[in-house]
Design a binder for this molecule. Structure first.
Ligand SMILES: [Zn+2]
Length: 165
């Protein structure tokens, strides 16, 4: 099967890769995804509705942080050149997640802990993006065709590509 290789020609392509990165990495972590879309709204180019399922709030916060990093990492890994825009909301949410984790930590060097936490989340997101890059491309193509995918449609695409995660 030949598929058109995505390039960063259009912002729509990049948005599709970005949102697919969030969604596929979420599923790889066992995070549930209700839907994803590349239909622009007032302050977003697209979005993924996800709910972390970890055993406690710390596990759920770490999962959410990795998912928040995955959009940008997907664009970086899969596109030769990324615009790096439409990313503000992710960064705000990520900062809020990291703030909560730091507030709960007994560690005294909060600044060092913050940068280590961010680096760990980004690197975990990047590794998962690399492992699932073919699936992210497949989901992005489906998003470009349909504009929107339900959680069930996402899981069906993942299962077709990977035989289930
Ligand atoms: Zn995003």
């Amino acid at each position: 099967m030949t598929e058109r290789k995505l390039s960063a020609r259009s912002l729509l392509d990049e948005t599709a890769i970005h949102e697919s990165g969030h969604a596929v990495v979420a599923r790889a972590l066992g995070v549930s995804v209700a839907q994803l879309t590349i239909a622009p709204e007032a302050d977003t180019l697209g979005s993924v509705d996800f709910t972390a399922t970890g055993a406690d709030w710390i596990a759920r916060a770490v999962e959410s942080g990795i998912v928040m990093c995955a959009g940008r990492e997907a664009a970086r890994v899969l596109l030769a050149q990324a615009h790096n825009c439409g990313d503000d909301w992710d960064r705000e949410r990520l900062a809020a997640i990291v703030d909560r984790l730091i507030a709960a930590s007994p560690k005294t060097d909060k600044r060092k802990f913050r940068s280590r936490l961010l680096a760990t989340m980004r690197s975990r997101a990047r590794t998962l993006v690399r492992e699932h890059s073919a699936t992210i491309e497949r989901v992005a193509h489906a998003l470009l065709r349909q504009g929107h995918l339900s959680g069930a449609e996402l899981d069906a695409l993942i299962a077709t590509q990977e035989g289930g995660l």
